[in-house]
Design a protein around this ligand. Structure first.
Ligand code: KG4
Ligand code: ZN
Length: 335
């Protein structure tokens, strides 16, 4: 089954064609990073407008790269939430239009379910079901028990900022632009992670929720006292920020994995592109006896191949969305 996946929930306009939930025939992502960088974050109205401009060309490019026409597509999968409503509506309406015009089945997908399905792409090794997951993106930070395809149970989430959001806000404070995670990781390579002692954001031991707002406040106060750092001081600050985020993520994941009794765990979402986090969680797995699976970095950040994969698992269960399907900014993860 060849599924055309569409994604426009935030600042990436993406279309992909994936066969049977695993084989990528085309995977096109048009990033709006340059549009939003000067504002230090995504401007919703600008995101929607650029999705309108880019969505159809991105689909045309995906079809061309796959050497296919719309007549070869068997179904459409589209992100229906969570995300920015105006942005979500673009892929949703285009997906509905194509499905209506071609008489194709249509299925709406939860964006995080997409991230959790990226691990099945490309024929690499994937965790068996059920398994544990740490999902870390710009909008979400959750430890999730993946019980089956399409069935999830969240064990803990962030109480305030998401991990990616914390990186982005700190990067903005330091004048490093948007998105911040990759920039901080790059600058951190030249710094000393022990240079500064940041608060380790960990609420009570027996709770599985995360909190990152204290980190942002700490950096804000540091910059007020010391000014914006450059050179070696900036590298030391970035190098000290990274372990503070990583330690909190890894310790809560270890506790959650123990509670689930999971032997296999996946790391998903944009922040999963972070090398320090990947390595720390892999090591934790070695110590605790779980195996870690992580998609390649380009499938950690937003893309439509993951949406096509997630849609496939719903379609083969016979699920179809109706024309009434709407965008939902706060769509809960399907349980
Ligand atoms: O999953 P994603 O592409 O979009 C959302 O669904 O939010 O995640 C984007 C987030 C941004 O906050 C960005 O700063 C973060 O992922 N990110 C990283 C890295 N690459 C992207 N964070 C840490 N290290 C990275 N290498
Ligand atoms: Zn995402």
């Amino acid at each position: 089954m060849k599924v055309l996946g569409l994604e426009s929930s935030c600042d990436e306009t993406a279309a992909a064609i994936v066969e049977d939930g695993t084989t990528i025939l085309a995977d096109v992502v048009s990033s709006q990073v340059d549009v939003h960088a000067k504002y230090g974050g995504v401007v919703p109205e600008l995101a929607s407008r650029h999705h309108v401009i880019n969505m159809v060309p991105v689909i045309a490019e995906a079809l061309e790269r796959a050497g296919l026409g719309l007549g070869d597509i068997d179904a459409i999968a589209v992100t229906r939430g969570p995300g920015l409503v105006g942005a979500l509506l673009v892929a949703l309406q285009v997906g509905k239009s194509i499905a209506y015009a071609r008489g194709l089945p249509l299925v709406g997908v939860h964006h995080l379910e997409g991230h959790l399905s990226a691990i099945y792409l490309g024929g690499g090794s994937a965790p068996a079901l059920p398994h544990g997951a740490l999902l870390v993106s710009g909008g979400h930070t959750s430890v999730i028990h993946v019980l089956d395809h399409c069935i999830y149970r969240s064990l803990g989430s962030t109480r305030d900022d998401a991990a990616g959001e914390a990186f982005d806000k700190v990067a903005k404070l330091l004048g490093l632009g948007y998105p911040g995670g990759a920039v901080i990781e790059r600058i951190a390579r030249d710094g000393n992670p022990q240079a500064l002692r940041l608060p380790r954001p960990m609420p009570k031991k027996d709770e599985l929720d995360f909190s990152f707002s204290g980190l942002k406040t700490w950096v804000l106060n540091w910059v007020r006292e010391n000014g914006r750092p450059t050179g070696a001081a900036l590298a030391d600050l970035c190098a000290s920020i990274q372990p503070a985020v990583v330690l909190s993520l890894v310790s809560k994941t270890r506790a959650a994995v123990q509670r689930m009794g999971a032997r296999e765990v996946q790391l998903a979402g944009g922040v999963a592109a972070n090398g320090a986090l990947r390595e720390a969680l892999r090591q934790a797995g070695e110590e605790d006896g779980f195996q870690l699976f992580v998609p390649p970095p380009r499938h950690c950040t937003d893309n439509a191949a993951m949406i096509a994969a997630a849609g496939y698992f719903r379609l083969v269960r016979g699920e179809r969305s109706t024309w009434n399907m709407n965008a939902d900014a706060n769509l809960p993860l399907p349980g």
